[in-house]
Write a new protein. Structure first.
Length: 456
């Protein structure tokens, strides 16, 4: 094990004022619900060895100035296994969180369901999943910290079911525990780092940085801004409007044109990123997360970085929008892509369903969504991030039903005619304004505000 922390030591890593809930349940009678030989004695020995009466310790504390409900697992107590009493304690903790409108932080270290209680133990996974869903429906954030090990039903409920998933370096993380994996299995696949690489964990955080990271996340998730978000001002050197479609395309594709990362850095004082689509994929060309504005309030963001967006990028953005919607956090999207990735791998990974999912998430969001076109707006892959009725453009951008080169090819025109095709597509920021596609073209930071009128 890379994490020998006890449940109480894990709590001490993140809070200095933990107050446990009183244990009210009785000790298991005899050898438990299925009469497992020696279970009663094993339970008593675990209690004597750890000083705990069950595999989980629950209570309240303050993390980063935010009051929270904490659920911490004790792996030395029968492998942190989940039995009926474990389920009852975690369920009561979630109920307390909902009654008092508190976030839930789970510090996991578990081998899964408790065999000594048979199916009565396995049913606790349904119970825990239901409690997590009810807390989610109540609009309260849930953060999981994966310690070593986090396997079985604990990973598949309180872990993977949380809004934000953090993990300690080197932790074993996977549905399969170490003794039930296939012969010859790649052990590296069952690690926090592998789960992060495949989009199932948001960040791997060293123990010494855990309190600060948790505190920043809790602050961001509990202090939403009042929306809608104003569009950021245009960055870069102010210039006259593009004189032609081909010039607009050239500006948007220029390598020195400000990208979304610069806009995020200018717009937020600090931010934390989510990572991955929870379906096995990540897309480095899509940045998603939550940022703090100068007034201390939080805005969620999904930003394209100018590359063709992968299905995992669309799914990650949809995950971000839905999480922000549940928590009442307004959303800012930054559009910049030549289009959705259309290679065979993207089709196999579900490009169409992923784009459809993001369209649906934006269309049904109850929180206000603001979109800013900062560069290329290539077809549906860009439109999926656009906010209906609240999309803006920078002067160095374009938005088109299809890239001019692709349009020329479809029309059986020579490649050199793509410039003329760009003019005909009316894709310049001024054209978009006249056509009612965008609300306005934003000015530089020192301007009086967005430009709301203008032609070419």
């Amino acid at each position: 094990m890379t994490d020998p922390l006890t449940a109480r030591e894990a709590l001490a890593l993140v809070t200095g004022d933990f107050a446990p809930f009183p244990a009210t349940e009785d000790r298991p009678a005899g050898d438990g619900p299925i009469g497992w030989p020696g279970y009663g004695a094993a339970h008593a020995r675990a209690a004597g060895r750890t000083g705990e009466s069950e595999s989980v310790v629950c209570g309240t504390g303050t993390v980063g100035g935010v009051p929270v409900v904490l659920i911490s697992f004790e792996f030395r107590f029968l492998g942190g296994s989940i039995g009926e009493r474990t389920g009852a304690r975690a369920a009561a903790a979630h109920a307390y969180a909902r009654d008092h409108r508190l976030p839930v932080v789970v510090l996991l270290a578990t081998g899964g369901s408790r065999m000594h209680e048979g199916m009565r133990a396995l049913l606790q996974l349904q119970r825990l999943a239901g409690e997590s869903a009810r807390t989610r429906a109540a609009g309260l954030p849930q953060i999981a910290v994966l310690r070593d090990p986090t396997t079985g039903g604990g990973w598949a409920t309180l872990g993977a079911g949380s809004d934000i998933v953090l993990a300690l370096p080197g932790a074993q993380v996977g549905f399969a525990g170490s003794r039930v994996r296939p012969p010859g299995a790649d052990l590296a696949a069952y690690t926090a780092e592998a789960q992060f690489a495949h989009g199932h964990v948001d960040a791997v955080v060293p123990a010494e940085a855990l309190a600060g990271t948790l505190g920043r996340w809790l602050t961001l998730l509990t202090r939403p801004a009042d929306g809608p978000v104003p569009p950021p001002p245009a960055l870069g050197v102010p210039r006259a409007p593009a004189g032609s479609g081909r010039e607009a395309v050239a500006r948007a594709r220029h390598p020195d044109r400000p990208r979304a990362d610069r806009y995020l850095a200018a717009f937020f004082t600090s931010r934390e990123e989510i990572s991955g689509d929870r379906c096995g994929g990540t897309d480095p060309g899509m940045l998603c997360g939550f940022g703090r504005r100068p007034d201390g309030r939080t805005v969620a963001y999904a930003a394209q970085l100018g590359t063709a967006t992968r299905p995992a990028g669309f799914r990650t953005a949809a995950r971000l929008v839905r999480l922000a919607d549940r928590l009442g956090v307004p959303v800012l999207t930054l559009i910049d892509t030549p289009g959705a990735a259309n290679d065979p791998a993207a089709e196999r990974d579900g490009a169409g369903p992923a784009i459809a999912d993001l369209f649906g998430a934006v269309a049904t969001a109850r929180v206000p969504v603001t979109a800013l076109l900062v560069g290329e707006g290539g077809s549906g892959g860009a439109l999926a991030l656009a906010a209906p009725g609240n999309t803006w453009a920078t002067p160095d951008s374009y938005f088109s039903v299809i890239a001019p080169e692709a349009a020329a090819a479809i029309l059986k025109r020579a490649p050199e005619e793509s410039g003329v095709t760009a003019d005909q597509l009316r894709l310049r920021p001024g054209d978009l304004l006249e056509l009612g596609i965008v609300r306005g073209v934003v000015g530089p930071p020192d301007s009086t505000g967005p430009i709301r009128s203008g032609g070419a």
